[in-house]
Design a binder for this molecule. Structure first.
Ligand code: NAD
Ligand code: UFG
Length: 339
């Protein structure tokens, strides 16, 4: 079976390509290199020991997509390609709607017209908005998102639900990720953010390596055990393995399914700092500052549906997440080398 992985050279995509090939799937990668380096592709090859096809293509390029579907026998698409910086999306909403929503519509049209109707989509816990109380379950109402990035995820979910209502021969799996961190055990691939990281773990690892001076902890007055924000951190390799299971599910029968991919456990910002210090042996300099706009106190999953229906459960604990994040950062202090 052959899987087209859009955004396959990015953080989650690169780890997923390896697990797909380990599971015996053929992989075709598409990326426009907007937020990744070519070196990631070389390392996917190195780690998997397998060859795969790569197309430099934008998901908004209908001709380019048709060329791929006509050249390759694609059975299923895993759709990672998209822009993901929450703050940037507030400043550049049109770019986010064009790339994420417009790009997805173009991809879906190309899939339909080329007879491929199986898709696994990268959604996010952000679709649960501000109003639901954790643990978050798939049947809770979605909406109430606080930024254009989150809205693109919500809109794409709605588009996919409408598509399935109109044509029930599609297989659609919506995966709502919680907070992916960690890296491949080898330390050869990992998250390589552009500029100053927005997310907690890459910020911590850059403080540890000496690239950044001090972590700002956004608020210690939330209604949580130590007052700092609580999230459901999940190892990126566990997340990647969830995609292998989702592809199996999509191949079984037509249908539309939604799954949380999380561990079901919540850790605070200070828990993360301490766990990282323990795993790395490096002290993290931090200071408490005010809350970050749009943040909520607590967000973690109920992952039981994915366990029941996908036979998937996260295996890697916080210590392993911290060790693997640190190995990647230590071995690649400046991320991937430039192309
Ligand atoms: P990433 O930026 O590392 O990977 C996305 C990849 O898509 C990049 O390689 C980028 O070059 C590519 N891309 C972007 N726009 C494209 C376009 N128009 N055409 C072709 N390629 C394009 O991000 P990631 O962390 O691997 O996230 C993957 C997906 O998961 C994204 O859709 C993201 O929104 C979603 N997601 C991520 C997180 C997270 O915390 N990392 C959480 C929830 C959901
Ligand atoms: N935090 C800090 N300091 C930082 C960065 C983060 O204290 O420098 C705190 C945040 O306030 C939050 C926690 O660390 O309490 C995690 O923050 P992240 O930015 O790492 O993650 P978020 O939960 O805010 O958001 C992430 C992605 C979103 C996605 C969401 C749910 O950035 O795109 O997870 O999947 F929607």
């Amino acid at each position: 079976m052959s899987i087209l992985v859009t955004g396959g050279a990015g953080y989650i995509g690169s780890h997923t390509c390896i697990e797909l090939m380990n599971a015996g799937y053929d992989v075709v990668v598409l990326d426009n290199f907007y937020n990744c380096k070519r070196e990631a592709l070389r390392r996917i090859k190195e780690l998997s020991g397998k060859e795969f096809k790569f197309y430099e293509c934008d998901i908004r390029d209908r001709k380019g997509l048709d060329h791929i579907f006509q050249n390759e026998q694609i059975d299923c698409v895993i759709h990672f390609a998209g822009l993901k910086a929450v703050g940037e999306s507030v400043v550049k909403p049109l770019e986010y709607f064009d790339n994420n929503v417009g790009g997805t519509v173009t991809l879906l049209e190309a899939m339909r017209d080329n007879g491929c109707k199986k898709i696994v989509f990268s959604s996010s816990a952000t679709v649960y908005g501000m109003d639901n109380v954790s643990p978050l379950k798939e049947d809770m109402p979605v909406g109430g998102v606080t930024n254009p990035y989150g809205r693109t995820k919500l809109m794409i979910e709605e588009i996919l639900r409408d598509l399935y209502r109109a044509d029930s021969s599609w297989s659609i799996i919506l995966l709502r990720y919680f907070n992916p961190i960690g890296a491949h055990k080898s330390g050869r691939i990992g998250e390589d953010p552009n500029g100053i990281p927005n997310n907690l773990m890459p910020y911590i690892t850059q403080v540890a390596i000496g690239k950044l001076e001090c972590l700002s902890v956004y608020g210690d007055d939330y209604d949580t055990p130590d007052g700092t924000g609580v999230r459901d951190y999940i190892h990126v390799v566990d997340l990647a393995l969830g995609h292998v299971k989702a592809v199996e599910k999509a191949a079984e029968a037509a249908g539309l399914h939604t799954y949380n991919l999380g561990t079901g456990k919540g850790y605070s910002v200070l828990d993360m700092v301490h766990a990282f210090e323990k795993a790395s042996g490096v002290k993290i300099n931090y200071k408490i500052v005010g809350r970050r706009a749009g943040d909520i106190g607590t967000c973690y999953s109920d992952p039981s549906l994915a366990k029941k229906e996908l036979d998937w459960e996260a295996q890697r604990d916080l210590e392993e997440m911290c060790e693997d994040s640190w190995r990647w950062q230590k071995n690649n202090p400046n991320g991937y080398p430039d192309d």
